[in-house]
Ligand binder design. Structure first.
Ligand code: GDP
Ligand code: IMO
Ligand code: MG
Length: 457
């Protein structure tokens, strides 16, 4: 009896729920500060699934997919879109900028990728980012001054703030013109007061805004539905679903380096609420992390390399923001930070990307812990941590404890099996895997779809 309560009745042909015993979903999330190569990996795996789902974030994301000679940067549309016949879902937890979405659809169509309502589903309950959100994002950053976050300026924080304050507008409001007009009028009454009186900016005109969004409802309406219900049905039918995280674990609103974070739950914790998909139906979770580390925007990054070494890493990895073009801050792999990200998200495995970018470094430092000289009250004794000190207000003040591994030379981009890698590169992978304690299920050695070594993915 207890068994059947805990795991359900055994599978049988007569039992239509039998297929549900198998969990067909896979979740992929960024395990650093974003830009780990999620777009590339998700596009690679999309060939093997039926549905790809974005469940949080918005057009702050920039996911790069390289197909042959063509490079696509996706912001809102899931990275399965370049595979014909797949369904791509923008879930209710995504902050949707409707103008950016249409721009993205048009940009794809210009390149011969036509995305219709069969290939893209948009949740009616997703919140929308409007002009005032983008304006307030910029104004709030100026207001913060030296304490600025370095946001992407896409209106993400103000949109999620309105959602939590219960004053936001949703896709279901946007596609009903009379309702949209009324809700926007109410929103602008408050937002214009904020823009004018706090930030000293010109107010927005309701008529101009209505004009800006005219036509959006008609274009988006065919894509809109109850995507949570669709996903739950497809799951019951045994379709394979891939959840595409945006940003990274250390940018998570709850678990990241607050306040230098984004405004959503960036990993597996965000899926149930953001996709309308029960958490006990989630299958394997797999993290994605570079062989080194980057961060865009402000905030702590203990293993960051300033100066020449950082510049060399930036050049080697082509580390410029896919959304804003900003140079990314670069540094070495931080093992405790990665371990924390994988643990937190329940990862059964992780994928190491951009190993090829480390070619030619004589030695490769890796962060394995942190230390801080104690204050007078501790007699100046040194404090040390070999786990991510999430309880500290500012991990950026800590010094990193390093270990150094031998580097290698040689072109890794053609490697498809572990044996194809130079010995020192293999040793690096094995050492990191052992230290992190979670299996590396694939290694990416270039931006293209097939530049990957799979071992258990
Ligand atoms: P995402 O936000 O996690 O999807 O990552 P981005 O697209 O913002 O940044 C990753 C960058 O690295 C893109 O330019 C990718 O084309 C590129 N890339 C992804 N995987 C690899 C890899 O294994 N090697 C190299 N050299 N580049 C990669
Ligand atoms: P993908 O999905 C890297 C960063 C911003 C800023 C902070 C808050 O491509 O990995 P926001 O605009 O979200 O309010 O900015 O988060 N950030 C990202 N950094 N990759 C991203 O997305 C990011 N999305 C937001 O730089 O520090
Ligand atoms: Mg990116």
């Amino acid at each position: 009896m207890l068994r059947s309560v805990l795991v359900g009745p055994p599978a049988s042909r007569d039992n239509p729920r039998a297929v549900r015993a198998e969990r067909n979903s896979l979740s992929l999330f960024g395990a650093q500060w974003g830009d780990e190569g999620k777009g590339k990996i998700i596009d690679h795996l999309a060939a093997e699934v039926d549905v790809v789902v974005r469940y949080q974030g918005g057009a702050n994301a920039g996911h790069t997919v390289v197909v042959g000679d063509e490079k696509y940067v996706l912001h809102l549309i899931p990275s399965g879109v370049l595979h014909p016949g797949k369904v791509n879902v923008i879930g209710g937890g995504v902050a949707v900028d409707p103008l950016k979405l249409l721009e993205e659809l048009d940009g794809l169509a210009e390149r011969g990728v036509h995305v219709g309502p069969d290939a893209l589903r948009l949740s009616a309950s997703a919140h929308v980012i409007l002009t005032h959100h983008r304006r307030i994002d910029g104004a709030a950053e100026r207001w913060r001054g030296m304490g600025r976050i370095g946001t992407t300026g896409r209106g993400i924080g103000p949109c999620y703030a309105d959602k939590a304050a219960r004053t936001g507008l949703r896709v279901c409001d946007l596609i009903e013109p009379a309702r949209f007009r009324e809700r926007l009028r109410a929103a602008l009454a408050e937002k214009n007061a904020l823009l004018e009186q706090v930030h000293g900016e010109a107010p927005l005109s309701l008529d101009e805004e209505l004009e800006r969004y005219a036509g959006v409802a008609d274009r988006l309406r065919p894509f809109v539905g109850d995507t949570g219900a669709e996903l739950r049905r497809w799951d019951a039918e045994g379709r394979r679903i891939l959840f595409e995280g945006a940003q990274g674990a250390l940018l998570d609103i709850d678990a990241g380096t607050y306040p230098f974070v984004t405004s959503s739950n960036t990993g597996t914790a965000g899926i149930a609420a953001g996709a309308g998909f029960p958490s006990n139906r989630l299958g394997r979770a797999v993290g994605i992390a570079k062989a080194y580390c980057t961060r865009v925007g402000e905030g702590p990054f203990p293993s960051e390399e300033h100066g020449e070494v950082g510049e060399r890493l930036r050049a080697a990895g082509g580390e410029y923001g896919a959304t804003t073009g900003r140079p990314r801050r670069c540094g070495w792999l931080d093992v405790p930070a990665l371990r924390y990200a994988l643990e937190l998200n329940g990862a059964q495995g992780w994928i190491m990307t951009k190993l090829d970018a480390l070619n030619g470094f004589e030695e490769i430092p890796v962060g394995v812990g942190y230390r801080r000289r104690g204050g007078a009250e501790s007699g100046g004794a040194e404090e040390r941590w070999d786990t991510w000190p999430a309880h500290l207000a500012d991990v950026g003040e800590l010094e990193v404890v390093w270990e150094r591994l031998p580097g290698w030379t040689g072109d890794l981009s053609g490697a498809r099996r572990l044996e194809d890698l130079p010995e020192a590169a293999r040793a690096y992978v094995a050492w990191v895997e052992e230290r992190v304690g979670t299996p590396i299920v694939a290694i990416s050695v270039g931006p293209a779809r097939d530049q990957i070594i799979r071992r258990g993915l």
